[in-house]
Design a protein around this ligand. Structure first.
Ligand code: WT7
Length: 649
């Protein structure tokens, strides 16, 4: 029996003790089924509304939804002020661990003062509701404070992962027309300080005279490296924000006010600015964080290992947890800094009870060996979560056994930057979970697996793989792609336009027990260590190198990272013969142009690329080559001999 076959059979039911104390019970799904919109109205009541909404959903302008129409609220007030006013100001909001070993606790009182100071300073800079702010920072409290200060003022933030290159930063800043960039002098990475402010300056100047929208750069001191300085534009956080008043009154914004833009890879080279708004987003992140993680305010110590540069950090470090008055760990560094014990030392130090990470990290822990977690007392952990890619059953079992003491629920959460919050997951205390399956849509959410024409794929046809669609709007759904309504419609709504369904871009199947298995992307998007990278983005970085004439990139399955990037390049005539060291140079070029996370695992220099008669590159065949498989159908190939040359290179 293969691993997958076996996993279809064994399910892990909740223990009676867990079920009894769980936030979720069977009544949750029953309520959502009886009245879906009424159910969401009840969930919205988790928040404080300055003005109540008059309608739950307005879908008349589909596919652009309006949720909680007419309602007004302030996200930062909901995430901070309200907990202080309720008498929980002394509760720790953030146990922050710096990579070099420094640490800092921030209570909700502290958070309120810091967010207020930042909001006052942003106001002093002349920023107004609706303006965009780019945040390009490592995992330090000021990054979260900056996001909340934006939310407080109705400024739309665009967080750019601090591992992105200056040119990736520049294209995002330009697209959103950000007026302010918040950054740090440098960031710690495995004991070394990497410059960050310098990267901001490179982003802003390297394009010569091309004007940009940035009027202010605010810099938090972190690693004490020297920074280039532009008088009148640049300011230190400790000389400005830290000096501002800690008092600030939050004003309410419309439920549909844009909260943030987050760029993600699509099937073309240009990243998409995914737009999320206020009331629906906060409702669903709060709801899912409460039920999926079974979070109990004032008792749990929660740790989501994501970076705020990704949507997981937005929804499950900042907005969901803080709206639920969570005490959480935020860690700045890598899991093996200074050694492979780091995460488990942190779990022990703070008594972490809920731990949420990505399958790629679980597989890395497996590689390091179970002796490492076994050297620590991890008995505080009572729930584990997984996100970012399908988790293979073997990693699932290892995770449960060595991190979860073989007795805790695992929630495998399926969602996307676009969905804003978790859409499918087992409900701890309710669902009997199968290793590797996201199980099914949460109460209030509706999903199905269909064929090309939108027909249901019959239950139990485990071999029949279909497309995952969301057939009902949901509160935290994206409201569009920044500045590109047509692309929004074409990307997500065109394939099933007749039915009005959202096309997620993932392949999936539903088994005989009605459990959903998400299998991975069906478009030209790769998933490397849970990071979404488009093939064409890497291809354009490669052809940006003077030696490359043409490039084709595929994601090949990779034991550690889920997928690995494999590139096939044809060199220009002028470059031929001189390929010594070129592969390394090309890898470095991709790192430089996009980010080290997009660096190809392999680059093959080939004489030709396989193309169909209409001139399309046959990626499927390249994937076969990259994964060392027998070739699939080559009948439409122009010159099948091309393959011999590719294979032998
Ligand atoms: C893509 C979205 C969701 C936050 C992190 C990634 C894949 C995500 C799962 C899961 C199988 C998953 C999908 C999805 N994915 N979670 N539990 N099981 N696949 O967000 O960068 O927007 O990527 O990640 O392919 O479409 P993202």
């Amino acid at each position: 029996m293969t691993d997958t076959e076996k996993s279809v059979q064994d399910a892990y039911p909740p223990t009676p003790e867990f079920a009894q104390a769980a936030n979720a019970g069977p009544e949750l799904a029953a309520a959502a089924e009886a009245d879906r919109l009424g159910f969401w109205a009840d969930q919205a009541a988790r928040l404080h509304w300055h003005e109540p909404f008059t309608e739950v959903l307005d879908w008349t302008d589909a596919p652009v939804a309006k949720w909680f129409v007419g309602g007004k609220l302030n996200v930062a007030y909901n995430c901070v002020d309200r907990h202080v006013l309720d008498g929980h100001g002394d509760q720790v909001a953030i146990h922050w661990e710096g990579e070099p070993g420094d640490s800092r606790d921030l209570t909700y009182n502290d958070l309120l003062a810091e967010v207020s100071r930042a909001a006052n300073y942003f106001t002093e800079l002349g920023l107004e509701a609706g303006d965009r702010v780019a945040i390009y920072m490592p995992m330090i409290p000021e990054a979260i404070i900056s996001m909340l200060a934006c939310a407080r003022l109705g400024l739309t933030h665009s967080v750019v992962f601090a591992g992105y290159s200056p040119s990736a930063l520049r294209s995002r800043v330009d697209d959103a027309e950000a007026r302010l960039i918040v950054t740090t002098d440098g960031q710690w990475r495995r004991g070394k300080s990497a410059p960050l402010k310098e990267a901001v300056d490179e982003a802003l100047y390297a394009h010569g005279d091309v004007p940009h929208s940035v009027e202010h750069v605010l810099i938090v001191r972190r690693t004490n490296v020297e920074v280039p300085w532009t008088e009148g534009r640049d300011a230190w956080w400790h000389e400005t924000v830290a000096e501002a008043s800690p008092e600030h009154t939050a004003e309410a914004f419309d439920s549909e006010h844009p909260l943030f833009i987050l760029y993600t890879s699509g099937t073309t080279g240009k990243p998409k600015g995914i737009v999320h708004t206020t009331g629906g987003y906060l409702t669903q992140t709060s709801y899912t964080h409460h039920y999926v993680f079974d979070h109990k305010a004032g008792q749990d110590v929660y740790w989501c290992t994501a970076d705020i540069g990704w949507v997981t950090g937005h929804s499950y470090i900042v907005y969901g947890p803080l709206s639920n008055r969570t005490t959480q760990v935020v860690y700045e560094g890598t899991p093996n800094s200074p050694n492979e014990h780091r995460h488990w030392e942190i779990v022990e130090k703070y008594g972490v009870t809920i731990y949420y990470t990505a399958p790629t990290l679980v597989r890395t822990f497996m590689k390091w060996g179970h002796a490492i977690p076994e050297a620590h007392d991890l008995s505080s952990i009572r729930l584990l979560g997984s996100v970012g890619e399908p988790i293979n059953p073997q990693a699932w079992r290892w995770y449960r056994k060595y991190i979860g003491g073989d007795n805790v629920p695992i929630v495998d959460t399926w969602w996307q930057t676009e969905t804003g919050a978790i859409m499918m997951s087992p409900l701890p205390g309710v669902t009997a979970t199968k290793p590797g399956a996201a199980m099914g849509p949460l109460p209030g959410i509706s999903a199905k697996v269909v064929d090309d024409d939108g027909n249901d794929i019959a239950l139990g046809e485990t071999e029949a793989v279909g497309y995952l669609v969301l057939d009902q709007p949901w509160p935290s759904m994206l409201r569009g792609i920044w500045g590109d309504l047509e692309r929004y419609k074409a990307t997500y709504w065109e394939k099933y336009a007749e039915q009005g369904w959202y096309f997620a871009g993932d392949g999936a199947k539903v088994d005989e027990d009605d459990a959903f298995w998400v299998l991975g992307r069906v478009d030209d998007v790769m998933n490397v260590s849970g990071h979404r990278i488009s093939t064409s983005e890497v291809e354009s970085a490669l052809v940006g190198h003077h030696s490359v004439a043409e490039a084709a990139v595929v994601g090949a399955s990779d034991e550690m990272t889920g997928q690995g990037i494999v590139a096939f390049v044809i060199l220009k005539a002028s470059a031929k013969g001189g390929s010594d060291g070129l592969v390394d140079e090309l890898k470095a070029e991709v790192s430089r142009a996009i980010s080290p996370i997009a660096k190809p695992r392999e680059i093959h220099i080939v004489p030709e690329l396989p193309k169909t008669r209409s001139g399309k590159i046959m990626r499927r065949l390249l994937r076969d080559v990259a994964e060392g498989r027998e070739l699939g159908d080559t009948s439409t190939l122009v010159d099948p001999k091309v393959f011999e040359a590719i294979r032998s290179s």
